[in-house]
Design a protein around this ligand. Structure first.
Ligand code: SRM
Ligand code: SF4
Length: 522
């Protein structure tokens, strides 16, 4: 029983709207919305409840909606990519797609009148956008190299799909989990390099071998981390639950944790509703024992050490797979932005050269796996690879950016285009010997994860000559991979127009960059 049922009068706006009508209810009203048009819709349905089916009203571009998919483990087929391409293609200049920082795809330009047709097309190829926004579990991330990497400890693909199926009732929508106190992020990693940023998820499973009295033979499983999150108010890395599970118990543990969060999570203040706030209130010991009660069995204690002991890889470039004679190729997609033509072409390349499979990374890039040695050289001559490079420049290579003010009304600054221009300008004046991970995010919500970056840039309003101008707070020290930890704010309120020399100095002082000869200032 959730608190919403008990104290409706005192509920905040979002709890109230959920208590009045479950978000998933709009699923049966799509035809009605399509024929009445977006302007005639009830505002709460339009601005909020539609997010339960993955459709986001964009106040910046009214009438042109965004659709957030679910792409479990970031894996899709060429056919699925073609369907997504055909959806955005019909919107001409308004239509495009973004690869997100959760290994997912968002489509833009969507018209409400087309939703019935779009949903039919998506379900025909096994795609869903259900429960991808508001108080639901977000896209579940897994290793982008699952099943390809000779050094992987566990192939996460099936587990990620099973968790998504449990949470969404196989993609049709599940009212059991459609009213959480807030959003909820889940990640599973089966490799050694923490390719999913486990530490910034509400619930994460990281590989760990058990060797104990109960498990005399070295047994594979996962240590569980809980409570990681970013918000405008507070950012925390996940903490150990002191629990270890075998793969076959992961889905049940996810369910138990979600049930505890759903039924006991804090709902009064939306700024304090993410899982970590409940863990703070209870202490991790009590949280653990409530999870055990819900699960109906005790949890085993965590192993002392997990198996995350590699630096994080970015997967850009050409690499051998564990399958003899096959390769995966990571393509750099500048700030994750795709257009219909790109998407059709990626689908074709994956089909002609690979196994019709396309993978997404949390760095907003693409991997095409299963390319035989015999086809590799020709693949690398394809035209699209001049745009989506296998060997981008070192700063471009690691650039990540959230949506920003082009489409997001929370944004305090423009991000994606500015990020690309800034990187180009810096690369023209600097020589770098290694990639530097620069992440842009348009506001303190931190969708672009500045806290995991070498240099994180968070949009803010700055002042220059007495005037308000677009600016950034600068974060540094984010460490990913083994011993990941969050970076912190080092400088506040740098006007964007003055940022280039500031970044230039940081790159020279901290990351070994040198001025190109032509840009030495006298
Ligand atoms: Fe986010 C809200 C975009 C990853 C923290 N995020 C939003 C909204 C929906 C706000 C809105 O309605 O405009 C943004 C949609 C803009 C648009 O039109 O694209 C938005 N978030 C994104 C994406 C697309 C950024 C990107 O360019 O990659 C990412 C989509 C992921 C996905 O596929 O589901 C995205 N957002 C994240 C992440 C990163 C992550 O998950 O690793 C975070 C920080 C981690 C976390 O949540 O703990 C993040 N987004 C937020 C928050 C702050 C949450 C909080 O507890 O306060 C908000 C605001 C909110 O939920 O109230 C938010
Ligand atoms: Fe929008 Fe802010 Fe998230 Fe960027 S960080 S997508 S500006 S909510």
């Amino acid at each position: 029983m959730t608190e919403t049922a008990t104290t409706t009068a005192s509920l905040n706006k979002f709890e109230k709207l959920k208590a009045e009508k479950d978000g998933l209810a709009v699923k049966t009203e799509i035809e009605k919305f399509a024929s009445s048009g977006w302007e005639a819709m009830d505002e709460t349905d339009r601005d909020h409840r539609l997010k339960w089916v993955g459709v986001f009203f964009r106040p910046v571009t009214p009438g042109k909606f965004m659709m957030r998919m679910r792409i479990p483990n970031g894996i899709l087929t060429s056919n699925q990519m073609r369907v997504l391409a055909s959806v955005v293609q019909r919107y001409g200049d308004d239509g495009n797609a973004d690869i997100t920082s959760r290994q997912n795809i968002q489509l833009r330009g969507i018209r409400i009148e087309d939703l019935p047709d779009i949903f039919n097309k998506l379900s025909a190829v096994g795609l869903t956008s259900i429960q991808s926004g508001m108080d639901n579990v977000r896209n579940i991330t897994g290793d982008p190299l699952a099943g390809l990497d000779a050094d992987e400890l566990f192939d996460t693909r099936e587990l990620v799909q099973q968790i998504q199926d449990m949470i969404t009732s196989n993609g049709v929508g599940n009212p059991e989990f459609s009213n959480l106190p807030r959003k909820f992020n889940i990640a599973i990693t089966g490799g050694r390099d923490n390719s999913v940023h486990a530490e910034i998820n509400d619930l994460a499973f990281v590989p760990a071998f058990k060797n104990s009295a109960e498990y005399p033979v070295l047994t594979f499983g996962f240590n569980i981390l809980v409570g990681g999150f970013f918000s405008a108010k507070r950012c925390e890395a996940a903490i150990p639950l002191n629990a270890w599970v075998q793969p076959e118990d992961v889905v049940a543990v996810c369910r138990a944790i979600l049930e505890v969060y759903r039924d006991r999570g804090l709902r009064a203040n939306r700024q304090k509703s993410r899982l970590m706030w409940l863990i703070d209130e209870w202490g991790v010991e009590k949280f653990r024992s409530e999870v055990e009660k819900q699960l109906g069995q005790p949890l085993l204690s965590a192993t002392e050490q997990d198996e995350i002991n590699w630096e994080k890889r970015d997967h850009i470039g050409v690499y051998k797979q564990k399958q003899f004679g096959l390769n995966y190729v990571g393509l750099h997609i500048p700030v994750g932005r795709l257009y219909a033509d790109d998407m059709f072409e990626l689908a074709r390349l994956a089909e002609v050269y690979g196994s019709s499979e396309i993978r997404l990374t949390v760095e907003q890039n693409i991997i095409i796996p299963n390319i035989p040695d015999s086809k590799l050289a020709t693949f690398l001559t394809e035209n699209l690879l001049t745009k989506f490079k296998t060997q981008p420049e070192p700063l471009t290579r690691s650039l990540v950016s959230c949506t920003g003010s082009q489409f997001c009304n929370f944004a305090l600054i423009e991000t994606k285009n500015r990020a690309l221009e800034m990187i180009k300008a810096l690369e023209a004046e600097l020589k770098l010997t290694r990639p530097v991970r620069i992440h842009w995010t348009g506001c303190p919500n931190s969708c672009g994860q500045p806290q995991v970056a070498d240099i994180g840039l968070m949009g803010t309003k700055a002042r220059k000559n007495g005037k308000a101008v677009e600016g950034v707070d600068i974060y540094m020290g984010g460490k990913v991979g083994t011993e990941a930890h969050l970076g912190t704010c080092v400088t506040k309120g740098v006007p964007c127009e003055d940022l280039q020399p500031v970044l230039r100095s940081l790159l020279i002082e901290h990351f070994g960059a040198r001025l190109q000869r032509s840009s030495h200032h006298n």
